[in-house]
Design a protein around this ligand. Structure first.
Ligand code: ADP
Ligand code: MG
Length: 375
């Protein structure tokens, strides 16, 4: 066990690292962040930021020297960096799980090999493979880069072979995956924590709405039937066990074909759709990250009240500084900002959560609070 007073390291300086650092410091840990951008969202609230590339050998050496355990806040950490650290300090999530989930092709292979339902898909690593893939998947489809995609970046809807080949060229010929575009009834996700002993605590299923490929709202309890809610939780737990996972894992799912659950993608870290847990659960997803990393008992994921979270993107600055006071005047609304200096369109600057007596009410107030920012 790694007890309060010890030092925890985090690879990555974004908002997920920031919220992890804040929670860990509340619990009495020291925090060191490794991140190439100076004054990062996580670095601002850490005890120390080492400003260097994630695979810089000197920086990794410093991190291992100063920390008792290291975690990550994003899945694109070079596998070599985790391997180097794993020989020196406690590391979670396991690098094997990070390696699988940082590539959509290996992630889909893993899920299929374990009989988890995924949308029909095929690898597209060359123009020649595009033809076979398009023949197998058909229209409508989506071409996604295998690596480094996020917030809808690195993917385009395609309906013809010519469009698929053109999209592959536009992505510079990197490895891609062609996926059948499903007619979605809804999108849900499950965030869970799994300890070294295999114990699992699953947060309530969140119902997610995306706009332009970026998460817009997450609402809990998800307004799907109790059986589907139960199945989503069980599905996520089975995936975590099959991965031999330790840490916080998010499973994004599609509901399609009259209530069937498809696995969309996995994130080996806390997730945007789990931010509601900061305000609405007994222990939040970042506390679970601390606890799993440190070998402490898992916290309770119990929902205290229905909740909706809405992301605040750079667009909210279109008419000048957002009207925070208007959003905060609405009942049950709380503000989280990530300390990013420049509000670019599509950039996640913060989020609002709203607690209310029903999910419908929470979502309605969250949407009104969001609109009030720039309205
Ligand atoms: P990202 O890494 O950008 O989150 P995703 O694969 O999760 O990438 O895709 C982002 C969003 O695009 C999804 O949440 C969903 O709204 C839509 N989408 C992605 N794949 C499909 C699909 N196969 N069928 C229908 N919608 C999809
Ligand atoms: Mg996604």
């Amino acid at each position: 066990m790694i007890l309060p007073g010890a030092t925890l390291g985090v690879l990555g300086g974004g908002q997920l690292g920031r919220m992890f650092a804040l929670r860990a410091r509340v619990m009495g840990y020291r925090i060191v962040v490794l991140e190439p951008e100076p004054n990062s969202p996580a670095g601002q609230v850490a005890d120390e930021q080492i400003t260097a590339a994630y695979d810089d050998p000197t920086a990794l050496e410093q991190l291992a020297h100063r920390c008792d355990a290291v975690t990550t806040e994003f899945e694109n950490v070079p596998a070599g960096a985790l391997a180097k650290l794993a020989g020196r300090v406690v590391v979670a999530p396991p690098r094997e799980a990070v390696a699988i989930t940082q590539d959509r092709l290996s992630e889909k292979d893993f899920l299929r090999a374990h009989n988890f339902l995924v949308p029909p898909s095929a690898a597209v690593r060359s123009a020649a493979e595009a033809e076979a893939a398009f023949g197998a998947i058909g229209a409508p489809a989506i071409l996604k880069t295998a690596r480094l995609g996020y917030d809808g970046k690195g993917q385009v809807p395609v309906s013809t072979l010519a469009a698929t080949v053109a999209a592959l060229e536009r992505f510079g010929g990197v490895s891609c995956i062609l996926e059948r575009r499903l007619n979605l009834e809804s999108e849900v996700s499950v965030v869970l924590a799994r300890g070294t002993d295999g114990a699992i605590e699953t947060f309530p299923v969140s119902e997610n709405v995306h706009r332009h490929g970026i998460l817009h709202t997450s609402t809990v309890p998800a307004r799907i039937g109790p059986e589907l809610r139960h199945n989503a939780g069980a599905l996520a737990a089975h995936i975590a066990t099959a991965l031999g996972y330790v840490g916080v894992l998010a499973v994004e799912m599609f509901v399609a074909d009259q209530g069937r659950l498809y696995v969309n993608e996995l994130a080996p870290r806390p997730h945007n759709s789990g931010h509601y847990t900061l305000d609405a659960c007994t222990a939040d997803q970042f506390e679970q990250q601390v606890r799993t990393l440190c070998g402490l008992p898992l916290g309770s994921p119990r929902l205290l009240a229905p909740c909706s979270m809405v992301n605040v993107l750079g667009e909210s600055w279109a008419n000048g500084t957002p009207h925070w006071e208007r959003a905060l005047a609405l009942p049950g609304v709380r503000l989280h900002l990530y300390g990013k200096a420049v509000p670019r369109p599509g950039r996640k600057m913060g989020h609002l959560t709203c607690l209310a007596s029903t999910a419908d009410e929470a979502l309605d107030i969250a949407e009104r609070a969001h609109a009030a920012l720039s309205g």
